[in-house]
Design a protein around this ligand. Structure first.
Ligand code: SAH
Ligand code: F3S
Length: 457
């Protein structure tokens, strides 16, 4: 191609997995922009392509490996192309990834993301010397703080901690993300204030287990956990309108946190609280450290404080040893809770986790059958909860024009209860909170019209 001597190198990052990965990709992109790189719109015209990988389920790893296979073929035609893995699979497999994919140049683990600009500088200057960088690094949790073009969006993710000290028997995250490390309240506040100065109205505080934020590092004050202290501090930032967080763990969801709802005006009426199973026996085998009774009490207390609160959860079907009765207990729990949204996962065996070696691994077809059965039920609940909002006027933070299904003059945004809403409007309203009358509902989407003060009727 003719632009071989182009001086600014461009990078494309493709992200798999959870919100933490989205956040990490954005922070890495910001570091690269500061270093003089530009972001490519697509992989076709990028000098560097990074895959930010997920290891939570096998399928996510297979997707990234398949993608990298296609990219290495592209590299035959573009020999200067630099290809890298970052994130959880990079951390989990380390140098093995370079053995499996010899044409890749870079493998960067979850505690070394801030080193990516240096590694790319060197790779682009010296050509092929593949690099693996997956060691632990103290303080790396503080490196995830930059944002690309925050003024382009009224919502932002803020990483408040890294890692998880729980040992849920199915979960690879403690191995890929390391031990719990929290950022200071002051650092997080500085980031939130800077985002608000750029026009951000809503922040989602992210961590693998935010209810453990600051545990052992910061004191309890007047009965309030460090996480509650953080919520109070963020709630006091002028100009910010909304606060969300994910994910919480039932074990740390105490009354001090429950009492934040309705007390802190910016805290949205939505809680994502993963339960994983409706069977105490399975919860024990999962090493989830709680039983269903206290979990139910948390949800009851939340609903008593905020009757309209939206409750979502994660459930795994087909954990090793899950009997028909255990599965029926998950079905029963869903009926009882009538969740606004359930993220339903088919159990995926992750080697190295304690559950990987358990007896009673279920056949894939049975897991698929249970998944489908529970999915249909939880969709009817989502539909019911959604349609209950038809006719109401709700404040919706206009986020922008939908990227897919783009319709002229249509915006999307979210209610405080985290439902996606489409409504007529124009791009100049982005960042405004508008009163929208809900006219139609799908299980996970609402449609509405601006509620204009009517002329007398
Ligand atoms: N604490 C984190 C958990 C990350 S994994 C958070 O909620 O942000 C996200 C969800 O993936 C978990 O709650 C669990 O429901 C699901 N999950 C984790 N490991 C899994 C596995 N081996 N198979 C299937 N689902 C899994
Ligand atoms: Fe995984 Fe359990 Fe932590 S699901 S991220 S080990 S709370």
């Amino acid at each position: 191609m003719s632009h071989a001597s182009r001086s600014v190198k461009t990078v494309f990052i493709k992200t798999y997995g959870c919100q933490m990965n989205e956040r990490d990709s954005d922070a890495v992109a910001a570091m690269l922009c500061n270093r003089g790189y530009a972001l490519a719109d697509s992989e076709r015209d990028a000098d560097v392509i990074l895959l930010n990988t997920c290891s939570v389920r096998d399928l996510a790893e297979q997707k990234a490996l398949g993608k990298m296979g296609l990219l290495t073929r592209m590299k035959r035609r573009r020999p200067g192309l630099v290809l890298g893995f970052m994130g959880c699979m990079a951390q989990r497999l380390g140098p093995q990834l370079l053995e499996r994919v010899p044409k890749a140049d870079l493998v960067v683990g979850t505690q070394k993301l801030h080193r990516i600009p240096d590694h790319l500088d060197r790779l682009l200057a010296n050509g092929r010397h593949p690099v693996t960088d997956v060691a632990d690094e103290a303080g790396s949790e503080n490196a995830i703080c930059g944002h690309v073009a925050p003024q382009a969006r009224p919502t932002a993710f803020v990483s408040i901690m890294q890692g998880c000290d729980m040992q849920c028997s199915f979960c690879i995250v403690p191995a890929t993300r390391g031990t719990e490390r929290s950022r200071s309240i002051d650092d997080i506040l500085a980031e939130v204030r800077a985002l608000v100065a750029c026009g951000v109205k809503e922040v989602t505080l992210l961590g693998q287990i935010v209810t453990s934020y600051g545990r052992g590092q910061m004191p309890i004050v007047h009965g309030n956990s460090p996480f509650v202290q953080l919520l109070e501090a963020v709630n006091s930032v002028p100009g910010l309108e909304r606060i969300r967080f994910m994910s919480a763990h039932p074990q740390g969801f105490r009354d001090d946190l429950i009492h934040c709802y309705g007390r802190l005006d910016k805290l949205c009426e939505h809680v994502h609280l993963p339960v994983q199973s409706g069977s105490d026996r399975i919860l024990r085998a999962m090493r989830r450290t709680y039983t269903l009774d206290p979990y139910r009490r948390i949800v009851e207390k939340l609903r008593a404080r905020v009757p309209d609160i939206a409750v979502s959860t994660d459930i795994i079907v087909g954990f090793p040893g899950e009997t028909d009765a255990d599965f029926a207990a998950s079905v029963k729990l869903c009926k009882e809770m009538e969740y606004d949204n359930v993220f339903l996962f088919k159990y995926s065996n992750r080697s190295g986790t304690p559950a990987a070696a358990l007896p009673g691994q279920l056949p894939a077809e049975e897991i698929v059958r249970r998944h489908h059965q529970l999915w249909k039920l939880t969709e009817t609940h989502a539909a019911h909860r959604s349609s209950a909002l038809v006719g109401r006027v709700l404040p919706v933070l206009a986020e922008g024009e939908p990227e897919t299904k783009k319709v002229e003059g249509r915006l999307f945004g979210r209610t405080r209860c985290n439902r996606l809403v489409y409504f007529p409007g124009d791009a100049s309203q982005r960042g405004q909170t508008l009163d929208i009358r809900i006219t139609r509902a799908k299980p996970h989407t609402l449609y509405g019209e601006p509620d204009l003060p009517s002329a007398g009727h």
